[in-house]
Design a protein around this ligand. Sequence first.
Ligand code: G6P
Length: 611
Amino acid sequence: MCGIVGYVGKRNAVPVLINGLKRLEYRGYDSAGVAFFDRDNRIGVRRCAGKIKDLESSIKREKIKSFTGLGHTRWATHGRPSEENAHPHRAGGIVLVHNGIIENYFELREDLKRKGHVFTSETDTEVICHLIHSYSKDGRSFEDAVREALKHVEGAYALGVINEKEPDKILAVKKDSPLVMGLGDGEFFIASDIPAFLKYTRDVMILENNELVSITGKGVSISNLATKKPVKKEITKITWSPTMAEKGGYRHFMLKEIFEQPRAIADTIRGRISPEKGVVNLEEFSMKAKDLEKLSKIFLVACGTSWHSALIGKYMIENMAKVPCEVDIASEFRYRNPIIPKNSFIIVITQSGETADTIAAQREAQKLGAKVLSICNVVGSTSAREADSVFYTHSGPEIGVASTKAFTTQLTGLYLFSIALAKAKGILNKREIKELFSELLQLPEKVEKALHINAQVLKIARKFSQVHDFLYLGRGINYPIALEGALKLKEISYIHAEGYPAGEMKHGPIALIDNNMPVLALAPDDKVLEKILSNMEEAKSRGGKVIAVATEGSTKVLAHASDVLFMPKTNYYLTPIIFSIPLHLLAYHVAVLRKCNVDQPRNLAKSVTVE
Ligand code: G6P
């Protein structure tokens, strides 16, 4: 998984490419490189292992002047992170950058080697370069060489290709990996994602599979890869401001994104409900009430933090709409031969819309005849394009690898969907729906208030930043929040943490509790409060240090914990949104105190586009 960027225009290309790569670093960051046409129209390539800032400082002194170029930030799949394996790759006069995985690269490479091609990297990518080079030697045009080469390639790719014989031209093509194009005034961009060029233009074209784009300083032409037929495309205006994709004054993207949640949730609600009529505007889900009436079963499928949303979605849907739900991790769903009865429905939840396992599960469900709703944050992403219906969360770009605002906006979407379904099935009446709306409309303000806990969370983080293990307990709809708190802590601070349903503690984790083991308990004022207070007491009596997250005014929690974080009161379904805030903040502060790279934790990536 990688990020690619390309530029043709009037500016000096290399700084534009470096800036674009920095915006794409969330897609991978173990090595980086750029290619550019020099003054003699020869292609220069500069690569290095490490971060983009290492590449930037290594080429700064050269004062490169160029108007066309490609850039790449890598997350290794085939071949370790190193300078030789970094992109761009070159074969003769052909230079390219690639995001994706070539499945038949081994056979292709062996064949090319037999024909005398010499490989200099361990990557799957280099075969594409050699293939294009070999076909361009047969007198084909640059475009036709790319078309011919890709006939032989199996797998996923987004490619940017340049050719020494045709200076100032970029060819770009995609299959199953994201690729977008930015159109400025006499300048053009390609990239894996929009933030790469948002600083320069908001006019975007989203490329589809098997579209070949030819870009020069004069303009852009798009054609079908196989048939060569011209393709007409609409320009989409992106309303994100460039600063929305920047850190906005925060030390890390993760912190900025945690604090953006009131805005992100408000945007996700905006225009989606008619409070007076008591209806969810179903066109926002690209659905009709009659699609919902007959639904008898729902599968919720996702990975990582989005899977935690799915778990919470089950509580929401089953409680509000009385439709049975199954929750699956996408990589399990796709291989378990799921039995999908008639009138069932799949909800995939994905921030990026590009997670390989989620896309594969979505396709599997569609193959089995099910309709798919994608709850997704990225407009035009693969999941969104291929789904039968889409609900876009309006978080804006999420850059921090650890998902925060995307998570709470997914929960907001699930809440709206559950109400719509319950209404379509005649389970909730207008008054009940209005109450649910009223609580929802107060949510952004309550989240704002919940964020005031930050300083207190920092104090708790200072107490516990050096522990080796952490246990998170929750019950009911907040059990997945225990999983989420533990996941966040382990992924960004590298502390071993486990989330458990509190009632299960006595079946195992209790054996671990001693005075070195902090236990964080989610103790909202709901029908299982007494139960969780007993679990906290059990942990306390074994020396465990108990931290509780509780509902404001619920003073009885104080007797059972050494630290209590009080959160604004909301309804049962929205508690997980409010209660995730102190947990995300705790993971953040512990990670900062441990001097971990919060936004780019080791071995992880924001968007996992490989299986
Ligand atoms: C990666 C990210 C997580 C994310 C998961 C699913 O593991 O690091 O933050 O929850 O992928 O991603 P998606 O884009 O499908 O929600």
